[in-house]
Design a protein around this ligand. Structure first.
Ligand code: ATP
Ligand code: MG
Length: 564
């Protein structure tokens, strides 16, 4: 990815540069640590590009680590999707795919060490009592009555917890820190809980599972991570992170936690819990529904890895929370697609046109370039016949003043083909629907321009009726009607802002025949209509395309408006 513009500088890069200035041997070792409890979303992409990008830029390493410490919510499907998505984004963890569950034995031993040092104890308060005893921001905590158990008693109780001798929720292992701390995270946080749940990798081997705050820092240290980058909500957890580093002897590394602002994107939600709910409640079809802000959804919609990386560079990394315009994501994509998408003609709402002076049964093959932006993209042959389709909206029987497309008596261009003049049309007398349009063409305008210099104002795309491939096109709008669906009015929840019109399916589109030779995931620019991507639901003679984005750049427009 070195051909790309490097990420602009940011406060994390400044910290690293300073560290390197003091110690040129300092290793840059980061990690991306997703919990496999859902599919990755565009917010995770920000973290992936940051972590892998830094490793690349400073010739360091970045690990991929599954933070799999909550067996009831995690599974192998999610692991696979994470692996696929990070790879697809263009990053390589080499042989360093790790799992927190790989460290369960080690984590257990380290916990024993803390117990022996008098720094951890087994507590028998119920979850409710534990919460009560913790106190609040204004009220100090109350020490657990089990806080001063002997080391021996703690060791044997912890061993019995592991053996499954106690029911779920009856015992925990807690770090012995400070019940009066102003930071609630330091009030004897839970390190282990009993949970007799089947883990997707370790099966039923474990009856106790480590908590995130404990497992995460120890995993970082065991992998000799030097910079542990996380989102701002973990700022208050940093003292606890450092407490474990200071109180566990013999760890191979001393990672430094640095927090940055998470990505928030307009008209969508970025939380696995909510995205998971959208899937399970049927509000979207699947995790890779093209309306979803998941990497899988964006890929299916037609976003490219390059465009997502570019977007992540554009938004930068800082400590300030904000809401990024979804139009900016589309902006990052358009340039890539303009350069790389094949062109094709597709009529979404077909209206039949008969060219009366074009011989019946004749096919004229027109040579058309595949992509004018790419001289190496070659050409394709597009058939022109007596009966063709144009968009319904490209004809009006009684047009308003500024309408330049086809109308009775008017001459327009059929893109890359001929000038045609409308001479007649048929209409359903009952409904007023236009049934067909009759035209004549001027054979001396082949290619769509006239030798005598005669100009026309309107241009239509078209597809031969005889050769058209039937297809379906899916059009999308934002998933939510509210710019920030995370901020809800009283008595409402984010799901109340779902956009009922987020999906429109056009089932009877007419597509030029060259389009049949294409791969699932291939990008097209449908002339005049926007960018589209071939969907996995496609069958032969029954293609399905997702609209990725329109041709118009809304973000550049917004920028202009903001300046002006
Ligand atoms: P979610 O809130 O969607 O459940 P999470 O933080 O619980 O996200 P993890 O799987 O734990 O999900 O996240 C893996 C990494 O991605 C973490 O380091 C986390 O900080 C980062 N991350 C998650 N969401 C965002 C976001 N919106 N912007 C930037 N980074 C994010
Ligand atoms: Mg998390």
């Amino acid at each position: 990815m070195s051909e790309e513009t490097p990420a602009p500088t940011n406060f994390i890069k400044n910290i690293i540069s300073e560290d390197l200035a003091h110690n040129s041997e300092k290793k840059i070792h980061t990690r991306f640590p997703p919990e496999p409890n859902g599919y990755l979303h565009i917010g995770h992409a920000k973290s992936i590009v940051l972590n892998f990008g830094l490793a690349e830029e400073y010739t360091g390493k970045c690990n991929l680590r599954m933070d799999d410490t909550n067996p009831t919510k995690e599974n192998e499907e999610y692991v696979q999707s994470i692996v696929e998505d990070v790879k697809w984004l263009g990053y390589d963890w080499q042989d360093r795919l790790y799992y927190a569950s790989d460290y369960y034995e080690k984590l257990y031993e380290i916990a024993l060490g803390l117990i022996r040092d008098g720094k951890a104890y087994v507590c028998q308060l119920t979850p409710e009592q534990t919460r009560e005893y913790r106190g609040t921001l204004t009220k100090p905590g109350t020490p657990s009555p089990y806080r001063d158990r002997s080391v021996e008693e703690n060791l044997s109780l912890f061993e019995e917890m592991r053996q499954g001798k106690f029911p779920d929720g009856s015992h925990t292992l807690r770090a012995k820190i400070d019940m009066a701390s102003g930071n609630l995270n330091m009030r004897d946080p839970v390190m282990y809980r009993i949970m007799k749940a089947e883990h997707h990798r370790t099966g039923d081997a474990w009856k106790i599972y480590p908590m995130y705050d404990y497992a995460h820092v120890i995993s970082d240290a065991l992998e000799d991570i030097t910079y542990s980058l996380c989102t701002l909500e973990f700022e208050d957890h940093r003292p606890l992170y450092n407490w474990f580093l200071e109180n566990v002897a013999g760890l191979p590394g001393t990672p430094r936690q640095i927090e940055f602002a998470r990505l928030n994107l307009s008209y969508t939600v970025l939380s696995k819990r909510k995205l998971s709910e959208l899937v399970s409640s049927g509000l979207v079809k699947s995790w890779d529904d093209p309306r979803m802000p998941t990497i899988a959804g964006l890929r299916r919609r037609g976003f490219t890895p390059k465009s997502l990386r570019k977007f992540c560079y554009m938004i930068g990394v800082s400590k300030a929370d904000n809401l990024v315009e979804i139009a900016m994501l589309e902006f990052a994509l358009r340039e890539d697609l303009n350069q790389n998408a094949r062109r094709a003609m597709v009529v979404m709402n077909p209206l039949k046109v008969i060219i009366d002076n074009f011989p019946e049964g004749k096919t004229e093959w027109l040579e058309v370039e595949n992509n004018p932006e790419d001289p190496n993209s070659g050409t394709r042959r597009v058939p022109f016949t007596r009966e063709i389709y144009i968009e319904r909206e490209d004809f009006q029987e009684d047009p308003p003043k500024k309408y330049f497309r086809m109308a009775p008596g008017r001459e327009v261009r059929f893109m890359k083909a001929y000038y045609v003049t409308c001479i007649d049309y048929k209409k359903d007398p009952r409904t007023g629907e236009i049934l067909e349009v009759h035209c004549t063409y001027d054979p001396k305008t082949r290619g769509g321009w006239s030798e005598d210099g005669r100009k026309v104002k309107g241009t239509s795309h078209w597809v031969s009726a005889q050769y058209a491939v039937e297809g379906e096109v899916r059009l999308y709008e934002h998933l939510f009607t509210k710019e920030n669906p995370e901020q809800v009015e009283e008595g409402k929840e984010y799901k109340d802002y779902i956009n009922e019109n987020s999906l429109t399916v056009l089932k009877h589109c007419k597509m030029e025949p060259s389009i049949e030779q294409s791969e699932v995931g291939e990008h097209f620019q449908f002339l005049r209509m926007g960018y589209f991507c071939k969907d996995k639901d496609s069958r032969s003679h029954r293609l399905v395309f997702n609209k990725t984005v329109g041709l118009q750049d809304k973000w550049a427009k917004m920028q202009k408006k903001n300046k002006g």
